[in-house]
Each structure stands twice: as C-alpha cells, then as structure tokens.
Design a protein around this ligand. Sequence first.
Ligand code: FES
Ligand code: FES
Length: 154
Amino acid sequence: LTQHAFELNGRPVTVEAPENEPLLYVLRDRLAMKGTRFGCGLNQCGACSVLLDGAPVASCDTPVWAVAGKAVTTIEGLGSEASLHPVQAALLAEQAGQCGYCLSGIVVHAAALLAREPRPTEEDVRNALDGCLCRCGSHNRIVRAVLRAAEAMR
Ligand code: FES
Ligand code: FES
C-alpha cells in the first residue's frame, strides 16, 4: 500500500491504497464517498465520473496515483440535499430521474459544461453528456433539465 495525497471536495485527504487502484474504489471503499457509481468499470458509461482539476474523468479508469496533488470533486462536493446544485434542482423539476443510477455522472458532466459555457445550446448539452448512458431512457428530460439549470444559473 502507498500513501496518496490529494484534495477531495476542497479538503486535503491522504489515503493508503495500492498504487494502481482505480480512484473509484478509493472513493467508495476507502473514503466512504458512495455517491460516485460503478457502472461498467471500463470507461464506457459515465456513471463513475468525477471532476479532476475541473474536468470530467472516469474514476473507474483513473489510477489513484494519477490524482496526487490534484483536486478531485465528486457529486458530494457539487451539491447536497440541503443545498442542491442547480442541475440537481432542475433534474427534480423536470422529473428526469428514474432509477437515478446515472445521475451522479450526469451532474458532474453538466456542471463542468455550465462552468465553462453559461449559454449552452441543446447540441452543446448533448455533446457534453455523450459519454453518459442512462438505461432508463431519460435522456431527453435530462437535456431539458441541464438547459433549465443553465437558465437558472444566469
Ligand atoms: S463505471 Fe466508469 S465509465 Fe462506467
Ligand atoms: S435514471 Fe436510471 S439510468 Fe438514468
């Protein structure tokens, strides 16, 4: 086991883990941050997305050594039940969540998009969410919700 130091949701953390352990396992199993989801484990579904220095990455496909000294933001760092991220509030308003399994990853990608593009087109939103699969088929409502959140944030 090796010590890994990075920033998690604005706070410094140090965690012991095998050097190549996926960040997803470190977050869920060693740091008890269960909001980030395991979908495919193969960088193909988007469920495990987190922000690394502000850009979305697949935490299932990111070894923990690669985040040393960097800032990791998970869904817990974006919003909470008491203080929803505007994308979370819009997902609720559009009743876009069904099982909800994909939504952590979707909020992460949408938050990154809205941070760099406050006036996204529908196409921008669809492109930003391209790597996020929703097995419930909620895509259209999710896209509407992200556009609604963009408006609310302006
Ligand atoms: S679990 Fe990481 S992309 Fe699917
Ligand atoms: S809401 Fe069920 S997978 Fe997206």
